[in-house]
Design a protein around this ligand. Structure first.
Ligand code: F0G
Length: 458
């Protein structure tokens, strides 16, 4: 169809009412949450852009399959369905079910990691890095240089720097490389896609040096969309075929099905090689569960099997990518500074540029997050010095490289008018820009402080 309007390619069968609050109420709720939206009750949130993970709306097909879930401890038919679907999609022989992505990371990178080992990625997601470092190994990010410039256009800004990859393998020695991990799309780098050409080059390098090559593939359907529309030679392939081609380059993958699996919980680890699979299976049984359910119930596995197919639907993907872009482009045209081009699952705002009057040690990202909640009931997440800041010996803040705020869009959840409302809230934020105030942290834990830190206005 050749119309300008990108509509939601579904109709609504079941609804969840939103609680509409007043600005006065939200000021109180936010104060009670110590200005940390992770501490807000979700029922006080109108539009929840905290994450696109586990927040998808399931289809009527998924819900009906849930009733059919086989909860047998061993050999569940729901598992056989999920396994067959993942084998068909990824081409990998060995499939291990996990309760979510990070469980797969702990198993695989825990086994391959350890002191002296090095992992290399376009960008390790936080939990990937945490699992690698927890094993005693080191995690090194080598995104392409263009990814460091928020406004610079590059069709595949999520790519890995392959020259650096070869240098690092030579520097550390191939026997010390735990694995090369390609995150598609690159979440921490702004939800930016990775090209097939880049994946092929990485695969060639890994094959030459006999190094393991894994995909962190939780948004691979969204990545396939960009390959079809931005890379030559893929115009006539389906999104699923493009994903299959990328899987065929790797030795295995880890997927948090909470993203492109279109489910609220679940994941898997898929591997080519028998020996590695046997070792991981031992770890799986010790901590996740038996091989035919991992950390999942039968009904979850039913929903994953269906979600993994629905996510490659052409109308769905077009709506998905275009609706995220729509929000980003509107904000861009209103002069809101952001990461360009817009990525697949989220819009990343540049809070330092939006609030130049708030110094970095007063956390402009946190100010923007709080303003979005107070003015519009919108929940977002700071990805800046609250999340990644450290202190020097004198207790002075070592800021993060950027002060970003992520608006992550749940899949199939919000409609165009919700997005129009968000845009209107931004009009208000722009009007009141100069009155936004900075924050200080009054209490914080030692690790992952953004989840529980308490703030006060400066
Ligand atoms: N890899 C990537 C690229 C991710 O974005 C995530 C989760 C994980 C791995 C871990 O998966 O949560 O199922 O254990 N990202 C979520 C987010 C939390 O909000 O971006 P998980």
């Amino acid at each position: 169809m050749d119309f300008k309007t990108i509509f939601e390619p579904f109709k609504i069968k079941s609804v969840e009412p939103l609680s509409v609050t007043s600005e006065e109420q939200r000021i109180k709720y936010l104060k009670d949450a110590h200005y940390n939206p992770f501490q807000l009750h979700s029922e006080y949130v109108l539009i929840d852009f905290l994450t696109d993970s586990g927040t998808s709306a399931m289809s009527s097909k998924q819900w009906s399959a849930i009733l059919d879930g086989d909860e047998a401890y061993a050999g569940s038919k729901s598992w056989l369905k999920m396994e067959a679907e993942i084998k068909d999609l990824t081409g990998f022989e060995h499939i291990l079910p996990t309760h979510q992505g990070r469980a797969g990371e702990r198993i695989l990178y825990g086994y391959l990691g350890g002191k002296g080992k090095v992992f290399i990625s376009n960008t390790h997601f936080d939990t990937t890095r945490a699992n690698i470092e927890f094993s005693g190994a080191e995690a090194i990010d080598i995104p392409i240089a263009e990814s460091q410039e928020p406004m610079a256009y590059h069709p595949f800004k999520g790519n890995m720097d392959t020259k650096k990859l070869e240098e690092l393998i030579n520097k550390y020695g191939r026997e010390n490389i735990g694995g090369v991990i390609l995150t598609v799309t690159n979440n921490s780098g702004g939800g930016q896609p990775v090209s097939m050409e880049n994946a092929k080059q990485i695969a060639d390098i890994c094959r030459n040096y006999k190094v393991n090559f894994f995909l962190d593939c939780c948004r691979i359907a969204e990545n396939s969309y960009y390959i079809k529309h931005r890379e030559t030679g893929f115009e006539d392939k389906t999104y699923r075929q493009i994903a299959q081609e990328m899987f065929s380059l790797a030795d295995g993958c880890i997927m948090s099905a909470k993203k492109d699996g279109l489910v609220n919980m679940g994941g898997f680890l898929a591997l080519k090689e028998q020996h590695l699979s046997d070792e991981c299976t031992n770890l799986l049984i010790i901590t996740e569960g038996f091989v035919t359910y991992g950390g999942l119930s039968g009904r979850d596995m039913e929903a994953i099997a269906i979600g993994l197919r629905e996510v490659f639907d052409a109308d769905y993907l077009r709506y998905r990518i275009r609706s995220t872009e729509y929000l980003g482009e509107k904000l861009y045209n209103m002069g809101v500074p952001l990461i360009w081009p817009i990525g697949g699952h989220a819009v990343y705002l540049d809070a330092k540029a939006f609030y130049p009057h708030i110094p970095v040690d007063q956390y402009p990202g946190q100010s923007l997050v709080c303003e979005l909640y107070i003015k519009g009931g919108i929940r977002s997440v700071e990805i800046g010095s609250v999340m990644f800041g450290k202190y020097d010996d004198k207790g002075k803040l070592i800021p993060a490289p950027n002060e970003l705020v992520r608006l992550a869009i749940p899949r199939r959840v919000y409609t165009q008018s919700h997005i129009e409302y968000v845009i209107e809230v931004f009009e208000k934020l722009i009007e009141d820009k100069d009155s936004a105030r900075g924050f200080k942290i009054i209490e914080e834990p030692k690790f992952l402080r953004h989840f529980t830190a308490k703030f006060e206005y400066v």
